[in-house]
Design a protein around this ligand. Structure first.
Ligand SMILES: [Zn+2]
Length: 133
């Protein structure tokens, strides 16, 4: 994500918010022209719940250049309490803690350092919830 992309995603990164299709409920990080799932043009701004469960995850060992310093890192597909599914980087876990279906919660973390401009980018990542009940 270069700087323009980063700013475009600010409401998602800082508030865990985005746009939900009024017709089919698909979640979009920023307001699209048409829904990628149903082509509807009606969207409502939503704030997402900060917790959910991990549906699936993958550990990235050979990342794109801009994320090299973070490797290895884990990306999870998360289903939030309201049913919204999002992809997010995972953090604060021990490798043996990651399993499908564990509860996860959002935390605010440094996402990466943008090498060219030296900008430190912050945003949400998800970690295993302290309470797994
Ligand atoms: Zn839709």
């Amino acid at each position: 994500m270069r700087v323009p992309g980063y700013w475009r995603n600010m409401s998602f990164l800082y508030r865990l918010a985005g746009w939900k299709c009024v017709h089919c409920g698909a979640f979009h990080h920023y307001k699209p022209v048409v829904c990628r799932r149903c082509r509807s043009k009606e969207f409502a701004q939503v704030e997402l719940p900060g917790s959910g469960r991990l549906i699936a995850y993958t550990v990235v060992r050979s990342p794109p250049k801009e994320f090299e310093r973070c490797a290895p890192y884990a990306i999870g597909l998360i289903e939030l309490e309201d049913g919204t599914k999002i992809l997010s980087q995972l953090t604060d876990f021990k490798e043996n803690e990651l399993r499908d279906d564990i509860r996860v919660e959002a935390v605010f973390r440094r996402v990466r350092i943008n090498g060219e401009q030296g900008i430190i980018e912050y945003g949400y990542k998800f970690r295993p919830a302290l309470s797994q009940s």
